[in-house]
Design a protein around this ligand. Structure first.
Ligand code: GDP
Length: 329
């Protein structure tokens, strides 16, 4: 993980952190006792930070159990446990990026304005920098401006792009893209789709049609469906993921605009409520402003933990894991 990226995440989450830590300070004053009011106040702080009702309940239930078990009397003693519980809520088995090394088709799905086009460009650049042969399909043929904007991103990412005419059939773009994919022996095909949530039936039919072409032209190829969610929209992002989830089998989330949002806590809600891993996060409009999601790093940025210390700790954990694996094998 690039240091610069963590710094950006940390700066980006400043508003979320301010709101959150301010609330926390009001709950965790030093000599106050743990009582029912404490849990109620804490619940309010977590919900205000967009962590979501389900994740909040889980975090607080766990804390209640720990308080009982460890006989904790003072609130201040609960703070570390709370951070740990949030960390646990954020853990998923989403650290599988093996698709990056397979022949893969990635559909980029989501409503307009969330950062789909930008994400396609950033992803193309990430994979290209890994030495992959990438191709982009502009399957949002409804808006000429969308194709133009995507073409600009493709140029920035130095990636070939297949486009169709405005109002044309997205499926024919996909067909052309699969032909080019085969002819150029590409590794990754990234498909920018139209973001029309208001017509779910159309969207489903359109996705199904595109999928049939891929199944036929690129049989057996690995598939990913990433939904792009705007981190500044809070709980709305969750609703969008649920709705699109009814039209497509979502395999990952790209959470954009974590720079400057006060609603960054939504990442915790997303992970714990949707059961879809966050794969990448966006922290700006530049081509390098997208990276793999790392839950520990996210929590550290949220609580302003010094990353150097955290990294040393993580390194130790990794070392221990390796030692254990070596002694096992
Ligand atoms: P689309 O309609 O979903 O394709 O969205 P676009 O890719 O056109 O992005 C909409 C706006 O969001 C553009 O102005 C982008 O520059 C901006 N954007 C996308 N990702 C990010 C991000 O991570 N951070 C910030 N600050 N802006 C972003």
């Amino acid at each position: 993980m690039a240091k610069g990226f963590f710094a950006k995440l940390q700066i980006g989450l400043a508003k979320t952190r301010d709101k959150f830590l301010w609330g926390m300070d009001n709950v965790f004053y030093d000599d106050a006792f743990v009582d029912e009011e404490f849990y109620e106040e804490l619940e309010e702080v977590l919900i205000m930070a967009d962590i979501g009702i389900n994740a909040t309940s889980r975090i607080i239930d766990k804390l209640r159990a720990q308080v009982k078990e460890q006989g904790i009397i003072h609130r201040a003693k609960c703070k570390e446990l709370l951070v740990q519980n949030i960390r646990e809520q954020m853990r998923t088995d989403g650290d599988d990026y093996s698709f990056e090394n397979k022949k893969t088709v990635i559909f980029i799905i989501g409503v307009n304005g969330v950062g789909k086009t930008t994400t396609v460009g950033k992803l193309a650049s990430i994979y290209r920098n890994k030495g992959k042969k990438v191709i982009i399909a502009a399957a949002d043929t409804y808006r000429a401006a969308a194709t133009e904007q995507l073409a600009t991103w493709a140029e920035r990412a130095q990636t070939p792009i297949i486009t169709g005419r405005e109002g044309g059939d997205p499926a024919s773009v996909i067909y052309d893209a699969t032909s080019a994919f085969k002819a150029r022996d590409c590794d990754i095909l990234i498909v920018d789709t139209a973001g029309r949530l208001h017509n779910k039936k159309n969207l489903m039919e359109e996705l199904a049609k595109m999928n049939r072409i891929i199944d036929k032209e690129l049989p057996g190829i690995w598939r990913e469906n990433f939904i792009v969610l705007d981190g500044t929209t809070g709980q709305n992002a969750i609703n969008q993921a649920r709705e699109f989830g009814e039209a497509a089998d979502l395999t990952g989330i790209v959470l954009t605009k974590l720079d400057g949002t006060a609603k960054g806590g939504i990442a915790v809600a997303i992970v714990s409520e949707l059961n879809i891993p966050v794969k990448y996060v966006g922290v700006g409009e530049g081509i390098d402003d997208l990276e793999r999601f790392n839950s520990d790093e996210f929590v550290d940025a949220l609580f302003d933990v010094d990353r150097d210390d955290a990294e040393t700790n993580n390194d130790k954990v990794e070392e221990n894991k390796e030692e254990q694996e070596n002694s096992n094998g």
